[in-house]
Write a protein that binds this ligand. Structure first.
Ligand code: HEC
Ligand code: HEC
Length: 284
């Protein structure tokens, strides 16, 4: 029953917004950054995706106005936060009196990392996200306080590190020791939650390109994270986005940094394998 009323919501909204589609001829359809770097926003789906043949970045679902903000680093509001992270990168903190820069030299030493995360950490014996790597250095190598998962410091730093891989194809490993975590993430993706009994897949696989309220539903890809959201005027982390989506189904959500969200992060990242890293993307 709930699903039925949602379907009605989808189609009514589609009818209303169909009015605006007359301008589609002028749509921006290529993501070129600073007039020189072309990113892959649509490509063949990775082999493990059974129900889709093509995957598309969230960028392709946004209005021309939002799209264009991501095409020039001077217009991209996420870059202010990247600049803040550069300061943090160079600042010594903690009892060891070390800065990131003392051991890693410049942020460009992190090139390629974002495209592979989350990944299996052999020493820890589990899948790690970027937040976990950063906090490992802060606590064990700098002897400083860990940053909260969703703190501004952490979001800014993940944007700076992610930016170093912009344009590289997402390429997370789903086999070997990471496989069981990936399977757990996949199970969560297809589980219906909340009063609305909706799974991630019901919106982002079955209904992408439809409208839900005023929102043009994307495939729910994570290649642009952390993203700058115009609505929040701030960077948003992946786990915070997951939390918001689950809340919209009126369900209790998993915590940021929970094993469930780490597994989900790996699975969702793998759905986007082949799309360019866009960090920091701009979304509405
Ligand atoms: C009721 C429908 C609905 C469900 C269920 C849902 N989402 Fe979303 N999600 C949205 C809407 C609406 C947006 C904002 C528009 C867009 O990007 O699709 C969004 C955005 C996202 C984005 C941001 C995409 C980008 O390019 O910035 C991600 C990632 C995402 N969802 C993941 C998930 C995951 C993972 C789940 C399951 C835990 C989920 N969503 C469940 C409706 C939903
Ligand atoms: C005292 C030296 C030291 C400091 C200070 C330090 N790191 Fe590290 N970091 C390391 C070492 C050693 C490794 C593991 C070896 C490697 O992969 O480079 C590592 C690994 C990492 C990784 C994972 C890299 C990968 O390829 O898997 C990230 C991300 C990272 N550090 C970020 C940071 C950030 C951000 C800071 C500052 C907040 C920082 N580190 C501070 C020494 C340090």
């Amino acid at each position: 029953m709930k699903t039925l009323s949602l379907k009605a919501a989808f189609s009514i909204a589609t009818a209303v917004t169909a009015f605006g589609l007359g301008t589609a001829a002028h749509a921006i359809d290529e993501l070129v950054i600073n007039g020189e770097e072309k990113l892959v926003t649509e490509t063949a789906a990775p082999a493990h995706l059974e129900n889709m043949s093509t995957i598309r970045s969230g960028w392709t679902f946004r209005t021309d106005e939002t799209k264009s903000l991501q095409m020039d680093d001077f217009d991209n509001p996420g870059m202010i936060f990247v600049d803040k992270a550069i300061d943090a990168w160079n600042t010594a903190e903690g009892a060891a009196e070390k800065a990131c820069a003392d051991c890693h030299s410049g942020p460009e030493s992190m090139k390629g990392l974002r495209a592979k995360l989350p990944k299996w950490n052999e020493d820890a014996g589990e899948v790690w996200t970027m937040e976990m790597y950063v906090n490992d250095c802060r606590t064990n190598r700098m002897e400083a306080e860990a940053w909260d998962w969703n703190s501004a410091d952490m979001r800014n730093m993940t944007a700076l590190i992610g930016l170093q891989s912009r344009g590289m194809p997402m390429d997370v490993a789903i086999d070997g020791p990471a496989q069981s975590t990936w399977e757990k993430g996949k199970e969560i993706y297809y589980t219906r939650y909340g009063q609305l009994e909706l799974a991630c897949a019901n919106c982002h696989e079955d209904n992408y390109d439809n409208y839900i309220r005023a929102d043009h539903l994307s495939m729910g890809m994570t290649n642009g994270f952390p993203v700058y959201r115009l609505k929040q005027a701030d960077l948003v982390s992946q786990h915070n986005r997951f939390r918001g989506c689950i809340r919209d189904t009126r369900a209790e959500t998993f915590g940021m940094g929970s094993p469930e969200f780490i597994a989900l992060e790996l699975y969702v990242a793998s759905r986007g394998n082949g799309l360019s890293v866009e960090t920091p993307a701009v979304r509405n």
